[in-house]
Ligand binder design. Structure first.
Ligand code: UFG
Length: 333
């Protein structure tokens, strides 16, 4: 039996494919390569190029391969962009989930591991966000993921599709062997942008606002290393294989770092100056998102290995400094 990884050529999906393949699991990847990279996909995986919303193709994937469970990473995921283009986010993200659930129902596949996000909570005024914290997304992106979570809840009730929703906080870093890493076009994420400045690939970092209600005025986020995050998916797969009930889990580190603190940490890791300036706020950004991941630790027995922000940045730095232009540095197929 194989695991179908949708979006397996993307940043997080490709790390999941690598972990599954290295664990000896059969993996089928479906990706439309809108943001993914062929070079990021582990060579042992079966690669199918196509869009999740192509219902006929998806049904054929389930017919051709003996799929036991699905990991669903394929979505538009940029907070700022979603404010500008909400309909794209609802069409792609919610539309993709409708297509997926229809195909799973048709094929009698009943295990789904879903990439959700901290953005479902919106502006949380409490300290640590746990799974029961109220959900009030501040962006269409967060709203689309919350809608997807609600859809699968109802479809569990109606069709018995069991799911684990993993609400990621800020994922960062690269594989510890530096073979795969984070490469978006355009890049909007803080850690790769800072490291591109360190490498001279970009002039400076613009800090999006320093007038937030935080100690240094810049936004606080909770950074989780990508391999630690992916390990939670393997534990979630075990959890569903053991016949457990559907659940949502936060995946974060319980430690918040401001944008300025991230910049300082990156300066220490890289020993580079890294120019930065203060700019206006970015639409849709909540001031602070920090997770309690106690539930994932207790129920899934998740134990992140990276607890130090500099170690997380170090894994990213190793990949970026060996791939200063991302996957463009590697031969195309
Ligand atoms: N930031 C800057 N300058 C930049 C880029 C980012 O100041 O050039 C700031 C942002 O304003 C934010 C922080 O750095 O305060 C982190 O921004 P990212 O764009 O790296 O990440 P986001 O917090 O916006 O979003 C990420 C994922 C989402 C996910 C969210 C969960 O992209 O999919 O984490 O917390 F929902």
């Amino acid at each position: 039996m194989a695991i179908l990884v949708i979006g397996g050529a993307g940043y997080i999906g490709s790390h999941a494919v690598k972990a599954l393949a290295e664990a000896g699991q059969d993996v089928v990847v479906l990706d439309n390569f809108r943001t993914g990279h062929k070079q990021a996909v582990h060579p042992d995986a079966t690669l199918i190029e196509g869009d999740l919303r192509d219902g006929d193709l998806l049904q054929q994937v389930f017919v051709d391969h003996s799929i036991e469970a699905v990991m669903h990473f394929a979505a538009h995921s940029l907070v700022g962009e979603s404010v500008e283009k909400p309909i794209d986010y609802f069409a792609n993200n919610v539309g993709g989930m409708i297509s997926l659930i229809q195909a799973m129902k048709e094929a009698n596949v009943d295990k789904l591991i879903f990439s959700s996000t901290a953005a479902v909570y919106g502006q949380a005024d409490t300290g640590l966000i746990d799974e029961e914290t109220s959900k009030a997304p501040t962006s269409p992106y967060g709203e689309s993921k919350l809608m997807m979570e609600k859809m699968i809840q109802w479809c569990d009730q109606a069709y018995g599709i069991k799911y684990v929703s993993l609400r990621y906080f800020n994922v960062a870093g690269a594989s510890s062997d530096a073979t795969i890493g984070e490469d978006h076009h355009p890049e909007t994420h803080l850690v790769p942008i800072i490291l591109q400045v360190a490498l001279g690939e970009r002039d400076k970092l613009t800090i999006f606002g320093d007038d937030y209600d935080t100690p240094d005025g810049t936004c606080i986020r909770d950074y989780v290393q990508v391999e630690d995050l992916v390990h939670a998916h393997l534990l979630a797969l075990d959890y569903l294989q053991q016949g457990n009930d559907s659940q949502a889990f936060n995946l974060g580190s319980a430690e918040g770092y401001s944008v300025k603190e991230m910049l300082e940490a990156a300066r220490r890791v890289t020993s580079k100056e890294i120019s930065a300036e203060i700019g206006p706020r970015r639409a849709g950004d909540p001031s602070k998102l920090v997770a309690s991941s106690q539930k994932a630790r207790e129920v899934l027995n998740w134990q992140p290995q990276y607890t130090d922000i500099e170690e997380i940045i170090q894994t990213a730095w190793k990949w970026h400094s060996s791939h200063p232009k991302g996957y463009q540095d590697e031969a195309q197929d």
